[in-house]
Design a binder for this molecule. Structure first.
Ligand code: ADP
Ligand code: MG
Length: 182
C-alpha cells in the first residue's frame, strides 16, 4: 500500500487480559522475518501485548520487560519461529548495535518485536507492523451541565486503551488486519 492507503485497524482494549488476547490474535498473522514495532508511553501495555503474542506463537518463557537486557530470545516450543523481544530504549546506536547483540538466532528467521524502536530499527526490514497504544482520554461534564459545556474535565478511563495497527510494506498489503478486531 501507499502511505496514504495503509492496511490499518483500530481496536479498543478494555483490560490487560484483552490486551493479551489481542497479542494472541496478532501472533496468528506473524511469520519468520516479521518486524512488529510497539509505541506508547510507559505503562501503555506494550509488554502485556507481547506476552500474549509469545503465548500465541507458542514460545518458551514468560515475556517480561526486557529493559535491563535490551533483548531476550524466546525459542519456539514447537517448530515455529523464535520471538526476539527488544526494548530499544537504551539502544543508542540503533541497528548496528542491535545486530551486535549476539542473539544466537538470525533475525530473518525470527519474529522481532521492538518496544521504543522508532527511528532506530525500521531498516531491519522493508515491511513492518506498527502498533500504537494510546491511553484513552475522554471528557466528563460537570454535574448537571451539558456535555462539552465549560467546566467539563478530562478523565482518563482507567484500563482502557486504544490500539492502532498499521501494516507498512508489501508484506501486509493483502493481509486482513480486520481479524484483530474479531
Ligand atoms: P509498557 O510495556 O507499555 O511499559 P506494560 O505492559 O509493562 O506497559 O504495563 C502495562 C500496565 O498497565 C500493566 O500494569 C497493566 O496491568 C496495566 N493495564 C491496565 N489496563 C490495561 C490494558 N487495557 N492493556 C494493557 N495494560 C493495561
Ligand atoms: Mg515494556
Amino acid at each position: 500500500p501507499t502511505p496514504a492507503d495503509p492496511a490499518f485497524v483500530e481496536i479498543t482494549v478494555n483490560s490487560p487480559e484483552q490486551m493479551q488476547e489481542l497479542g494472541r490474535r496478532l501472533a496468528k498473522l506473524l511469520r519468520a522475518g516479521d518486524l512488529v514495532m510497539l509505541s506508547g508511553e510507559l505503562g501503555a501495555g506494550k509488554t502485556t501485548l507481547t506476552r500474549g503474542l509469545g503465548e500465541g506463537l507458542g514460545v518458551r518463557g514468560a515475556v517480561t520487560s526486557p529493559t535491563f537486557v535490551i533483548a531476550r530470545v524466546h525459542p519456539s516450543l514447537g517448530d515455529g519461529p523464535p520471538l526476539v523481544h527488544v526494548d530499544a530504549y537504551r539502544l543508542s546506536g540503533g541497528l548496528e548495535e542491535m545486530e551486535d547483540l549476539d542473539l544466537d538466532v538470525s533475525l530473518p528467521d525470527s519474529v522481532v518485536v521492538v518496544e521504543w524502536g522508532e527511528g532506530k530499527v525500521e531498516e531491519l526490514s522493508d515491511a513492518r507492523l506498527q502498533v500504537v497504544i494510546h491511553r484513552t482520554v475522554g471528557t466528563a461534564p460537570s454535574p448537571g451541565a451539558a456535555p462539552g459545556a465549560p467546566g467539563a474535565h478530562e478523565v482518563g478511563a482507567d484500563g482502557v486503551r486504544q490500539v492502532t495497527v498499521t501494516g507498512i510494506g508489501d508484506r501486509w498489503a493483502a493481509v486482513d488486519l480486520g481479524v484483530l478486531t474479531a
